[in-house]
Design a binder for this molecule. Structure first.
Ligand SMILES: Nc1ncnc2c1ncn2[C@@H]1O[C@H](COP(=O)(O)OP(=O)(O)OP(=O)(O)O)[C@@H](O)[C@H]1O
Ligand SMILES: Cc1ncc(COP(=O)(O)O)c(N)n1
Length: 468
């Protein structure tokens, strides 16, 4: 899908052709850009505009249409009448659907078009016009609407005047939701709303939305579907905007949020299990293991179950090794399995007074979940991770509570192993890598597997006190 953006340049990369090209690529299109104006701008505002001559805009457009099939056009900042005329004349020679974002004023308040009325010749050539509330009113020569019903009414009026579809955008209204509606000459064809994200980083949202719509229309041939997909994409990009930290004003949205995530997914997962972590910390078993008051029989019960658990855990790590995509991760999981079979289990046996117990229902539930999480490598290692991470986290605190006379001195000393911190960091890296390569549905399954294992960890630590 070849998508052409005809727009101004924003050197700070958040709006204009820079935003368009990113949004087009993120939505699966091949992006092209004809530049109408250079702006000097950043996230705080516009300090200069240098329009390209109409002739040179035409030269750029003709260079493209002489060589490349154009599947959809998105038009943004046009700066002046001369450029509008050049674009209008070229549009008469091509047959691609046009999404027109009638950019007039930047988020910062700076003017990007000399005169709203100058756009009129283009309105009739567009398939969809995407004005914000202020631009909508300016195109009608009226006052901006103060509520959604008024915006829809104005959108329909504009649709009728130019026989086009108008995308009414509610982003500038106050309220918890940001509604958008595709309005025809006679009706609201489709309406999609997204929760308002609490962020000041909304520079380029209009550019991004119109480019995404053009791209998704070229892919689907359906305006309502294109809007639904573009709106959902934009919402994710806005929700991920704060993670970018670009500039001190209105920062850009996170165009590639679907590819690289918004921040470290491991931080988000750790937050997801904050309640479970607090629950583990408060368990009698953990509190008493730390202060040394833990009944020996309960400790032995835990150890026996842990030994049974670890046999399965070693099997699951070995399976992760066979599923791992490259040598480093294959080696890492295989080494983990080997270390459990050689070291850990021996340590457990040396602490056990009696022979092997049978696995409890709690232990079986946990290992069954691990064995069942093998639909993909990503899911399996996400299920594996809590045992590393929670054990390391709790272990470091238990090791800090240790002293020579502690009744569980030698056991707690095993928690103070820097090698285990290193192994946990590596396990997190492996999960992070798998997450980056996963599609959204797969990512959700990974997160669910991680949370489920964390729930099993809590039950596992709790079971000794429920075992009498
Ligand atoms: N804080 C927010 N949370 C969620 N969606 C938002 C937010 N701000 C804007 N949007 C969405 O961004 C899109 C563009 O909205 P807006 O009405 O602000 O257009 P615009 O003014 O043309 O954009 P721009 O800021 O690029 O000039 C709309 O779909 C709107 O709902
Ligand atoms: C080159 C260019 N085109 C469009 C906009 C509008 O985007 P925003 O309203 O988000 O500033 C802009 N600021 N710069």
């Amino acid at each position: 899908m070849n998508i052409l953006s005809i727009a101004g340049s924003d050197p700070s990369g958040g709006a204009g052709i820079q935003a368009d090209l990113k949004a087009i690529a993120a939505n699966g299109g091949y992006g092209m850009a004809v530049i109408t104006a250079l702006t000097a701008q950043n996230t705080r505002g516009v300090s200069g505009v240098q329009a390209i001559s109409g002739d040179f805009v035409t030269a750029q457009l003709e260079a493209i249409s002489a060589d490349v099939r154009v599947d959809a056009v998105k038009i943004g900042m046009l700066a002046n009448q001369e450029i509008i005329n050049a674009v209008a004349a070229w549009l008469d020679t091509v047959d691609a659907p046009v999404v027109l974002d009638p950019v007039m004023v930047a988020t910062s308040g700076d003017r990007l078009l000399e005169d709203a009325a100058a756009l009129r010749p283009l309105l009739d050539r567009a398939a969809v016009i995407t004005p914000n509330i202020i631009e909508l009113a300016a195109l009608l020569g009226t006052e901006p609407a103060g509520e959604w019903a008024g915006v829809l009414e104005q959108a329909q009026r504009l649709a009728q005047e130019h026989d086009v579809l108008v995308l009414a955008k509610g982003g500038h209204l106050a309220g918890e939701d940001c509604p958008d509606a595709l309005v025809s000459t006679s009706e609201v064809l489709a309406e999609f709303s997204a929760p308002r994200v609490a962020t000041k980083n909304t520079h380029g949202t209009g550019c991004t939305l119109s480019s995404a719509i053009a791209t998704r229309f070229a892919a689907t041939g359906d305006w309502a579907q294109a809007l639904e997909e573009a709106k959902s994409y934009l919402h994710r990009a806005i929700a991920g905007a704060d993670a970018l930290q670009v500039g001190g004003g209105h920062g850009p949205v996170n165009h590639f949020v679907d590819f690289f995530g918004a921040g470290d997914p491991m931080d988000a997962w750790w937050e997801d299990i904050a309640g479970l972590r607090a629950g583990i910390d408060d368990l009698e078993f953990i509190v008493q293991l730390a202060d040394g008051s833990l009944d020996r029989a309960k400790f032995d019960y835990y150890l026996a179950q842990d030994a049974l658990y670890l046999q399965h855990y070693a099997q699951v790590l070995a399976q992760a090794s066979t599923l791992a995509p490259e040598l480093d991760s294959q080696r890492f999981w295989a080494k983990g399995a080997g270390e459990i079979l050689e070291g850990e289990l021996q340590l457990h046996r040396s602490h056990l007074v009696e022979g092997q117990a049978n696995p409890s229902a709690t232990t079986l539930n946990y290992v069954n979940h691990l064995h069942a999480s093998n639909a993909s490598y990503g899911e399996l290692i996400a299920a594996i991770l809590p045992c590393y991470w929670l054990y390391q986290d709790i272990g470091n605190r238990l090791a800090a509570a240790n002293h020579e006379a502690h009744p569980y001195n030698d056991w707690l000393a095993t928690y103070a192993d820097p090698g285990f911190d290193e192994a946990t960091a590596q396990a997190k890296d492996m999960v992070r890598q798998a997450y980056r390569l996963a599609d959204p549905a797969q990512r959700e399954r990974m997160r669910a597997a991680f949370i489920r294992s964390s729930e099993h960890e809590l039950a596992f630590f709790a079971q000794a006190h429920g075992s009498e």
